[in-house]
Design a protein around this ligand. Structure first.
Ligand code: URA
Length: 258
């Protein structure tokens, strides 16, 4: 057996053990409670993407390009896009932002996660999903053997709406072309919309989340699945079992791309 295969087996077993303990589940339909319990635990330090953050008072107001790109390293095209759009003033949200939240992750990711818009923490740090819901997202990714370094994470809007209100249609219309340019560069094979607002904004529908997550979609020709926003799961943990069903679709996709 080659060293590569042994290494793969070792990493799989390590991942499996962290997620499911010492019991080998031969049935792949693993009890969602086992996974949900993992989502309650802190993700292991090595997998927790955001580096320790300086206290807010010590933060620079605007991260420079290297801060924004520190998680995924340099990627000329993505960086050029960032530099082109980071000072955007197309809509009123630019007037109140602390930071333009471009996105983060692996520029060659197969999977792109898209949230709604930056919240307070994201506006302060200039990075997506770094608050409480981001920590849950890290654990959900970890449960399927992924980290932020493996995927790309962005939002429909790049600037925080006041009071975290829903994005307005005009704001989506102005900001969505930026997301489309990111998609053209990253070329993910799967897009996962986090939450009703992100999904409705991109699919141009007012269908409820329950309906959207059961249906098959494409966005710009790319398979597109819809799941719960992590903040909804923090509010209503009963939905985690359904989110786990969606995350199993991501697992299946990774194993057997459509
Ligand atoms: N919620 C979102 O939709 N996006 C973020 O980046 C953070 C919270």
């Amino acid at each position: 057996m080659s060293v590569d295969i042994l290494n793969d087996i070792e990493s799989f077993l390590t991942w499996y053990r962290i997620n499911f303990g010492d019991t080998l589940h031969l049935n792949t339909d693993i009890d969602p409670e086992t996974i949900m319990a993992q989502w309650e635990q802190p993700a292991p330090a090595a997998q927790t993407a955001p580096a320790p953050q300086a206290p807010v008072s010590q933060k620079k107001k605007t991260p420079d390009v290297n801060d924004t790109f520190r998680v995924h390293g340099n990627h000329a095209e993505l960086k050029a896009l960032y530099e082109r759009i980071r000072d955007c003033t197309q809509c009123a949200l630019s007037g109140n932002r602390k930071n333009f939240v471009f996105g983060m992750g692996n520029p060659r990711a197969d999977i792109l996660f898209i949230g709604e818009a930056p919240g307070k923490d994201e506006d302060i740090q200039g990075l997506p999903f770094v608050g409480r819901s981001g920590k849950l997202l890290d654990k959900m990714l970890f449960a399927i053997g992924l980290s932020r370094q493996d995927v790309y994470i962005a939002n429909v809007l790049k600037c925080r709406p006041p009071g975290n209100r829903d994005p307005l249609p005009d704001e989506v219309a102005l900001c969505e072309p930026y997301l489309k340019q990111q998609i053209d560069i990253i070329q993910p094979r799967l897009i996962v919309a986090l939450g009703r607002i992100a999904a409705q904004s991109l699919l141009k529908t007012d269908a409820p989340l329950g309906k959207m997550r059961r249906e098959k979609h494409t966005y710009n020709g790319i398979p597109f699945i819809v799941t719960y926003h992590p903040s909804a799961l923090l509010r209503s943990s009963g939905w985690k079992q359904y989110a786990w069903q969606d995350f199993k679709k991501i697992l299946n996709f990774m194993e057997k791309p459509v």
